[in-house]
Design a protein around this ligand. Sequence first.
Ligand code: AMP
Ligand code: MG
Length: 345
Amino acid sequence: MTLVLGIESSCDETAAALVTSDRRILAQAIASQEEEHSPYGGVVPEIAARAHAERLAPLIDKVLKEAGKTLADCDAIAATAGPGLIGGVMVGLVTAKALAMASDKPLMAINHLEGHALSPRLADSDLRFPYALLLVSGGHCQILRVQGVGNYQRIATTIDDALGEAFDKTAKILGLGYPGGPAVEKLAREGDAQAVPLPRPLVHSKEPHFSFAGLKSAVLRAHDCGEHSDADIAASFQQAALDCILDRTRRALSGMDAVSALVCAGGVAANQTIRAGLEGLAAEFDLPFTAPPLPLCTDNAAMIAWAGLERLNAGFAADPLELKARPRWPLDPDAEPARGAGVKA
Ligand code: AMP
Ligand code: MG
């Protein structure tokens, strides 16, 4: 049995976890920074970095004590090394380097997106490579063919905003606060999903890429015209987002080599309507559908520890202590840029 300490600090959650190779989360702790960022309606990078610096060490201490372990019991220290808000990533990575150095344990520098991509295998021991992954979070919206540990083929990406960003922006327009995804989902339950005509950007286009900027602007116009209830806007937005996701994922699956399952991960995978829609889509292709349990969908350190375990298991070497934090770090560096996309990876 192998034991890895995982550290996550790429956005607004400070997290530490201890995970074993037989898929047990011995202890985990997450400190959310919702309170610090909510007055600004989004994450302020400088505030985030300072909060990570204050909270991370006590969190690591807490999970070690809770599990009755010391650093000497760990086989490796895994930390997010990117992509993300660079100040926060540096706090987590430097902490991991110091712990690795002090305890003479290997450092595993983890791509945060790889953490999301492999997280379904922490929860589901039957999930085999290759699988199709819809990765939908606050900063990313991609479809990947997960072919093995460290082996990702990007099939689609967003040419503008991430889906979580569109949920958060909709919440802001409707005055629902930050983070917006869960609040939009809750309000949508009281609304009519057909009430507000909203666009479905890129639906039916040949390439399976995503676009949400136009949908976001349409939500703002629908709100400003004053003719619709907030609940109807929330429900209609969620329906439009789901229609985009189903159409784009259907397109991607149609052109993809065989896979064992359709998987959804990342913060937006917590959305029940989106999960249910994807389950139906998977059935069209005779594929099982799986998504991690909700606490493993949003940013957490268990998925980082698990990615470290997967990398150790697959024979990847430890990373050097001089390794740099990376604000951008695509999972598939060979993927062609999507036509019309900005500079986002
Ligand atoms: P992550 O970037 O993986 O931490 O995910 C955070 C993103 O997921 C934010 O943009 C949230 O608004 C979004 N999110 C979280 N829960 C939900 C939900 N239930 N429905 C839609 N979006 C959600
Ligand atoms: Mg994330």
